[in-house]
Design a protein around this ligand. Structure first.
Ligand SMILES: Nc1ncnc2c1ncn2[C@@H]1O[C@H](COP(=O)(O)OP(=O)(O)OP(=O)(O)O)[C@@H](O)[C@H]1O
Ligand SMILES: [Mg+2]
Length: 295
């Protein structure tokens, strides 16, 4: 396996697979995938991040420039001879990634012609899943075939967003798609919640929208919907210019400015997400950090 972790485990375990999804562009999906991935890796979890976006911005956070002859996630979708182990590259200690390329945009149309196209990612990733503790999927800003493939292998969906009124309306459309996939393809799929990115806690509009989001999710407790336990994830990630600067240096926030607010927010968020994973709930230190930071 090229650059991928050697697994010393006697029995490979299922990783936690998280799709970062919002059909709206520019909301913080890629920034969150790269930096949450780095935070999980620093916490000792073997972490794989997969770039499912033809814009292929994710690799830039790790200092990886796309090369014309490199194998990418496009090969994974289009070439049955390829499996994920051939594509994995090492980014940092405990952190690996699968790059994308701009031609992935063509895949959406071509995939529509392939039978069982919703399961391609699941099939081609199967051999590497057991090598990781966490897999993060950076989805494109659409609800097309690539996103459906991500939802078919995900355990949970995290929705990066801003605290704006229109975001709530987009959320309903996204949840409809999640429900369709959960019912037809992936019964274990759940929505973890929304992740507020570029958050400005002082804005009164923002505060009102966060309250509305809290109430919206609370209204589904006890339902059988995949977002019955969803929350507004805490902490919110504050607007922090260092998060925008880091990829231009090929760095995650933990390389570039490890003591800045953006690094603190992603570190705390990674802990809060972990605390919600059932097998880890027995770790009191993690539970204590979950959901305690005010927005
Ligand atoms: N907390 C933050 N503070 C400041 N800038 C941020 C923050 N989070 C993200 N950004 C910047 O906002 C822009 C959009 O972020 P990002 O690329 O992560 O969004 P995206 O949802 O992945 O976009 P796309 O839908 O195009 O893939 C980028 O320039 C990024 O550097
Ligand atoms: Mg992106």
């Amino acid at each position: 396996m090229k650059g991928a972790p050697s697994t010393n485990r006697l029995e490979p375990q299922a990783p936690r697979v998280i799709a970062l999804l919002n059909q709206k562009g520019g909301v913080g999906k890629t920034t969150s995938t790269a930096n949450l991935g780095a935070a999980f890796a620093l916490a000792g979890l073997r972490t794989l991040v997969v770039d499912l976006d033809p814009q292929s911005n994710l690799s830039l956070h790790f200092g990886h420039e796309p090369a014309p002859d490199q194998a990418t996630v496009r090969d994974l979708f289009m070439n049955p001879e390829v499996d994920a182990s051939q594509l994995i590259r090492e980014a940092r200690a405990n952190l690996w990634f699968i790059p994308s390329d701009t031609e992935l945009a063509l895949v959406e149309g071509e995939l529509a012609l392939i039978p069982d196209m919703q399961h391609i990612l699941a099939q081609r990733m199967a051999s590497v899943m057991g090598s990781f503790d966490v897999i993060l999927l950076d989805c494109p800003p659409s609800l097309g075939v690539l996103t459906v493939n991500a939802l078919t292998i995900a355990d949970e969906v995290v929705v990066p967003t801003q605290a704006q009124y229109l975001a709530l309306r987009g959320l309903e459309k996204l949840l409809e798609t999640v429900l369709l996939v959960q019912r037809a393809l992936n019964p274990k799929l759940k929505v973890a919640g929304v992740l507020l990115c570029m958050h400005e806690s002082q804005s009164s509009h923002g505060k009102a929208v966060v309250e509305e989001m809290d109430n919206y999710f609370s209204s589904f407790r006890g339902s059988d919907l995949p977002w019955q336990d969803a929350i507004v994830l805490r902490p919110a990630v504050r607007r922090n210019i260092k998060l925008a600067e880091a990829p231009s240096f090929g760095q995650t926030i933990f390389d570039y400015a490890p003591t800045c607010a953006g690094a603190a927010d992603y570190r705390a968020l990674a802990e809060a997400l972990r605390a919600r994973w059932k097998p880890l709930l027995s770790d009191p230190a993690l539970v204590a950090t979950a959901g305690t930071t005010a927005l």
